[in-house]
Design a binder for this molecule. Sequence first.
Ligand code: 5GP
Length: 187
Amino acid sequence: MKNILVVLSGPSGVGKGTVVSELLKHGNYALSVSCTTREMRDGEREGVSYFYISKDEFKALIGHDGFLEYNEHFGNFYGTPRAFVENELKSRDVILEIEVDGALQVKKAYPDALLIMIAPPDENELRARLKKRGSESEEKIEKRIARMQYELSKREEYDYTVVNDVLETCVSSIENIIKSEKEKRND
Ligand code: 5GP
């Protein structure tokens, strides 16, 4: 059976990380670890959360066609390592958890990729939560909210949107979508 490239996106605070770890617990997926030029945050690990590299290293990788897609997001670069994804796809399904502009680049290069948007059950509630979050400046919070709206506005360009209301339901919907799309692609 042909393996599938699954691209998951969704606004900050929607619970993408938890959804991805549930998917990995249940299925034999390879999760792509991205490269980033942003600083490592508390609790993150090199090679697990991201590969943390400098802007110069990032540019060199762009020059060597090392990324399947990349994008600048809030002043930092993020990219999906091409070799890992292409290798893993030979033996299993691969999951990317990336923002919308990168996801749409992937769809152009790989029309067979399956794009799934994870949406909040209540946009206003997520907006309120983003406002309360941490010690960020008003300007940063506004930027994050504008970004949330932008991400959700791209949902029509995705193959599916799944609402993350009850985690188990969201995860099993995604699993069902992957299963039926794989069957379609193998018909
Ligand atoms: P964070 O800095 O909070 O870990 O991630 C910020 C955003 O970058 C998230 O929306 C995440 O999905 C996205 N992201 C992570 N890795 C990649 C990548 O390789 N490419 C792109 N385009 N976005 C990424």
